[in-house]
Design a protein around this ligand. Sequence first.
Ligand code: ZN
Length: 169
Amino acid sequence: MNELRIYPDPVLRDKAKLVEDFDSERLDYITKIMKKVIEEQEAVGLAAPQIGVLERIVVVNVDNEPMELINPEIVEYKGKDTIEEGCLSLPGVEIPIERPNFVIVKGFNADGEKKIIEASDLLAKVFQHEIDHLNGVLIIDKLSPIDRVKFDIDWKGGEYEKKHPSTVL
Ligand code: ZN
């Protein structure tokens, strides 16, 4: 289960299911593995489908304190700016993406306690990127059609294997 799923693994395209059982050994185990992967990969975020678990669980790690959010839902968006986003499931790929730079996210921790988080800047981007994963959406989907064609050619040609993104989500 702790194996990192890499594009084009089909699990990355499925829609993740809502978590119904909180405060369980199983959920603790999943979030523990996700935090371990985040630490090992020095990532700022991870979504459960990226380790093959099709459930609505994300872990964010902007202040070096990994935090899980279960069944996350964005209830408010504000502002807009562009940062280069990388992704653990697309090694070497970095794409400039415009998104709101402030969000309010609702969800639960692994114990089932309700959380409301106001996130700005990088953290706001990480939540949006990870929630996209729960809906089967990847950063390459944000490319223009012509850039997507170029991506497909470069990906198949192994061009991205040589690069190292700075911000992996
Ligand atoms: Zn990602």
